[in-house]
Design a protein around this ligand. Structure first.
Ligand code: NAI
Ligand code: MG
Length: 480
């Protein structure tokens, strides 16, 4: 029997009884649930047990046309006419309803996407509500955000979101768009449509006028029909760099925000609080299965403390609990889809083939479902694919450095520039490095911390435009 560093414990699964799944879900257009024009549907699967959860509509051009027309009508006839304070009231109502129903949303999020209930319960759902609260406050104060300028909504916003934070990304997109007076057509990811559809129901309960928010479900083709639609005034996308580039070429509007991939470096200096750094690294790449665009997938550690840090990290990784996302003790849940698991495996194989050394947690993985053992590579060269490409899985690439300049050079040596982390005891070093790092967000002595008031976005191939804060409002307004 292999040595197991974790204690035995009783499973503590959250009951899914609160979730009422329908047999089939339609699009949400003009305040109603409607099937696709051609009747097409797809299924969504629980990645932790590979069981089909339910079916949902697969949108085509006609459905997207309908949704865009519905958003246009709502914009012209209602949303652009009501007062800004009233827009704020609707947003507050959505935020409060989301808090009231948070447990149901958290469980559904974990069932549909595979993330541990601890993450969906403590991070995704509260932050989503927080985004609606924050933007509710802005709705009637926009002139104060942009003094001496005039601000106008853009009109109809098309929004396409990924599967790693299904509800939170919906909130990031919807809240500022609505606060600024736009109407919306939202396209959730094909593996995780359910919390966006539940949010649509909640929005209806909040009494939002029909057509202000429309949700069209489907896969890439549905997304492409929306992102290239001539009837939208704005496109906001979060997802892969590849699709982001495609959207950039095919969008008819020049109002584009793209939040794409990342290959963040966590830089640990010899004077850093190492135990705290270990927790930050764990939070940065293993929680949420590494399905995070700003995941700290590269660790740059100063040579003098490299052995000690790796030893501590190794110990910690071996205590991570991988398994049932609905179990409150689970640290690492299921990989979102078979395709994503294949991508992770392929990249890990390339790491081994290129000469890096793979280390993995020894915990048994569940037999059913898509799981990947928390892993890290040592002996990684900056040219290896695992050091350059987004892995989007619980896999860390460890490299060392000697001087601060070398650390910055290595951290910036990437086509991405979304985020980074610095761990050091010296405030002056943090401030110096902040100016030198090409990353939209730099965390110091912490990692993966979010707040609606803080703008988020990238440099280089991580995209452009900012979400959150005053900068995020500007992305949904014409500022003159
Ligand atoms: P993706 O970029 O294909 O999917 C994101 C969203 O875009 C989904 O709603 C999808 O239906 C939609 N979409 C797909 N093709 C489209 C098109 N041609 N036009 C318009 N919309 C389209 O990402 P995918 O394939 O799920 O994941 C691939 C890789 O992308 C991952 O391994 C990861 O590295 C990266 N990724 C990055 C994310 C981020 O937050 N930056 C989120 C998800 C994936
Ligand atoms: Mg699913």
């Amino acid at each position: 029997m292999s040595e197991t560093p974790t204690w035995d414990y009783a499973p503590a699964p959250e009951s899914s009884a609160i979730v009422n799944l329908k047999e089939e879900y339609g699009h949400f257009i003009g305040g109603e649930s409607v099937p696709s024009a051609d009747g097409a549907t797809m299924e969504t699967i629980n990645p932790a047990n590979e069981q089909v959860l339910t079916r949902f509509a697969k949108g085509g051009q006609e459905d997207v046309d309908r949704a865009v027309a519905s958003a246009r009508k709502a914009y012209d006839e209602v949303w652009s006419k009501i007062s800004a304070a009233d827009r704020g009231k609707y947003l507050y109502r959505i935020a409060r309803l989301l808090q009231e129903r948070s447990r149901e949303f958290a469980i559904l999020e974990s069932m549909d996407g595979g993330k541990p209930i601890r993450e969906s319960r403590d991070i995704d759902i509260p932050l989503a509500a927080h985004h609606f609260f924050y933007h509710a406050g802005w709705a009637d104060k926009l002139p104060y955000a942009f003094p001496n300028q005039t601000v106008n909504p853009l009109g109809v916003a098309g929004q396409i979101i990924p599967w790693n934070f299904p509800l939170l990304m919906a909130a990031w997109k919807l809240a500022p768009a609505l606060a600024c007076g736009n109407t919306v057509v939202l396209k959730p990811a094909e593996t995780t449509p359910l919390t966006a559809l539940l949010l649509a129901e909640l929005i209806q309960d909040a009494g939002l006028p029909p057509g202000v928010v429309n949700v069209v479900t489907g896969a890439g083709e549905t997304g492409a029909a929306l992102s290239s639609h001539a009837g939208v005034d704005k496109i906001a996308f979060t997802g892969s760099t590849e699709v982001g580039k495609l959207i950039q070429r095919t969008a008819k509007t020049r109002n584009l925000t793209l939040e794409l991939g990342g290959k963040a470096a966590n830089i640990v200096f010899e004077d850093a609080p190492l135990d705290q750094a270990v927790e930050g690294i764990i939070n940065g790449i293993y929680f949420n299965q590494g399905h995070v665009c700003c995941a700290g997938s590269r660790l740059l550690v100063q040579e003098s403390v490299a052995d000690l840090l790796v030893e501590k990290l190794d110990h910690r990784i071996k205590s991570l609990r991988v398994g049932d996302p609905l179990d409150k003790n689970t640290d690492v849940g299921a990989i979102n889809s078979r395709e994503q698991l294949d991508r992770i495996c392929e990249l890990v194989e390339s790491g081994k083939a290129e000469g890096s050394e793979l280390h993995q947690s020894t915990e048994d993985l569940p037999e059913k479902g898509w799981f990947f053992a928390p892993s890290y590579f040592t002996g990684v060269a900056p040219s290896h694919r695992i050091a350059r490409e987004e892995i989007f899985g619980p896999v860390l690439s460890i490299m060392t450095f000697r001087t601060p300049d070398e650390a910055v050079e290595k951290a910036n040596n990437t086509m991405y520039g979304l985020s980074a982390g610095i761990w050091t005891d010296k405030g002056s070093r943090i401030f110096k490095l902040l100016g030198e790092m090409n990353a939209g967000v730099v965390w110091a002595n912490t990692f993966n911390k979010f707040d609606p008031s803080s703008p988020f976005g990238g440099y280089k191939e991580s995209g452009y435009g900012r979400e959150g804060g005053k900068q995020g409002l500007a992305a949904y307004l014409e500022v003159k």
